[in-house]
Ligand binder design. Structure first.
Ligand SMILES: NC(=O)c1ccc[n+]([C@@H]2O[C@H](COP(=O)([O-])OP(=O)(O)OC[C@H]3O[C@@H](n4cnc5c(N)ncnc54)[C@H](OP(=O)(O)O)[C@@H]3O)[C@@H](O)[C@H]2O)c1
Length: 173
């Protein structure tokens, strides 16, 4: 968990009922409503993500510092910071947060990155997607007893959404 005075660490994720978050390097659903929520939750904040996730997005996101975890010396996407360990990613993200005057760092996936940061997370902003898609990337197993619901909102399926979902924010107990 974040030490006092340190930015809090929030995982932002959309997951199926079965814990699936991705398939073949892509999201396994089309949820336009959720992409808007993602944008508003992450805007202006440093984001830490895995190399496979940034490659699936294909570009650095606007007005957000993207810190990419990779063992590679470089990657083909411009405008991101590279980190070669979770500690380095947190140090870089902390510097960017201080520079921008924000008190939150976003852990943006995918599955490997959520698993590596799970024990340090303060907050989860989860879109529970009303589906059980096939997938090859999952959110890690989590002890839900360690988390308390802060807000919960049912989201009906909009015109550009495949299915309904539920937005839930959890904080560590
Ligand atoms: N539903 C959602 O909310 C959501 C969010 C994000 C992503 N996704 C999905 O998740 C899938 C990708 O997840 P994933 O688990 O396959 O990959 P990932 O977590 O995005 O990236 C894994 C890569 O991160 C790097 N990495 C991991 N730990 C590292 C460490 N300790 N030090 C240095 N580098 C490290 C490695 O890159 P190198 O191989 O370059 O060394 C590794 O191959 C995609 O399908 C994506 O669409 C879904």
């Amino acid at each position: 968990m974040a030490e006092q005075g340190q930015p809090r660490l929030t995982a932002v994720v959309a997951m199926g009922r079965n814990g699936v978050i991705g398939q073949d390097g892509q999201l396994p659903w089309r949820l336009s409503t959720d992409l808007k929520r993602y944008r508003s939750l992450t805007m202006g904040k440093p984001m830490i993500m895995g190399r496979k996730t940034i490659e699936s997005i294909g570009r650095a996101l606007d007005r957000r510092d993207t810190i990419v975890l990779t063992h590679r010396p470089e990657i083909a996407i411009a405008g991101v910071f590279l980190a070669h360990s979770p500690q380095e990613a947190l140090r870089l993200a902390g510097e960017r947060a201080a520079e921008r005057g924000v008190d939150e760092i976003i852990i943006a996936g995918g599955g490997e990155i959520y698993a590596e940061f799970l024990d340090r997370l303060d907050r989860l902003a989860i879109t529970h997607v009303d589906a059980d898609p096939a997938g090859d990337a999952r959110f890690p197993a989590i002890d839900w007893d360690g988390w308390t619901v802060v807000t919960s909102e049912d989201v009906p399926s909009g015109p550009k959404d495949d299915v309904a979902s539920r937005h839930v924010v959890y904080e560590r107990r």
